[in-house]
Every structure is written in C-alpha cells, then in structure tokens.
Design a protein around this ligand. Sequence first.
Ligand SMILES: [Zn+2]
Length: 188
Amino acid sequence: MLNSEVLVLNAGFVPIRITTVKEAICLMLAEKAVSVLEEDRFIKSPSLTLKIPSVISIIHYNKLPRRRVVFSKLNVIYRDDMRCQYCGERFTMRDLTVDHVIPRSRWESVTGRSMRDGFSTWHNLVCACRWCNNRKGNRLLHEIGWALLREPYEPEYMPYIIMNADKARRKGWIPFCGFNVKLVEMIA
Ligand SMILES: [Zn+2]
C-alpha cells in the first residue's frame, strides 16, 4: 500500500511526476504538500489516521521541470504514437522496433553523406512494426511502393510524464492530466 502510486502536481496543479504513497505522506506531514484527491482506503498508525492520497500538490513549487527531448529508440516510438509508420497500425511495445527509412547499406549512395551525417537521427528513424521492418529489409520506400504515414521530425517538446491511460482512469488522474502528460493506451 505504501508503494502505491501518487500523482504529484506543482502548486499550479500541473503534473510533474509520480511518486509513492510513502513519499507523498512524508511530504504532507512536512507540510510541503497537500492532498488533492484521496482513495477510499486509510492508513493507520498509533498517532494518525490518514486517507491514502492519490493526487497531491506541492505547495511552494510552481515550476515545471525542463525536459530535453533525448534522442532514443523509445522516444522515436513515442513520437510516432506507437504507430507503425509503414502500415499505419498501432502495436504494443513488444512488436515495435525503430527502422532506418534509408537503410545503412544505402545511406551513402542515396544521400551522398557520410554515416555520421544524419543516418541515425530523428529524420531517418521511424517507429515500425516488426513485420513491416522485416518486409522492408534493405530497400528504399519507392522501390516497394510504400510511403511514410508522416515525415519524421525532431520533436520540440515531449510530454514530461508518460502514463498508462487505464491506470490514470482507474486512479482518477484524468482531470489532472494536462499538456505535459501523454496517456498511452496499452493494447492487449
Ligand atoms: Zn507495420
């Protein structure tokens, strides 16, 4: 119960992170945070009885943590909304890969640039299901009559918190999920 998750909002009610019940209660007892939404369960000790918080707000913290958009395989998949950019379907993480649109063996001859110049970047990587990835192999899109769902781009901004949409619904967090939260539907 103490390790159950709690959504942390800043003083302006913008989500900044997820923590544990244990840490949330510490922050509340230290008067650094107040409870915003509670569960119907209680935590009891000899000295106090508390409703378990589900959402808390930090009293004197009004900033938003900065987040650089780190170039990573996972962030390419998130940028593309877990949707294969070749067949257009959404998949679970397990069936997703990232694919070089212009494959390694063709990069230099197609672009006239060295491998260090743009090959593994936001602009040449897309989210692809493993089946499309396999079918495409070392070919170029026009050679097989495929087109990208969307031109790959470098995101200027990524949501700070990425969370499971089901969990957010279950815990009553949806009303607090603003611009910096990305809800991801987990497909069974
Ligand atoms: Zn696909």
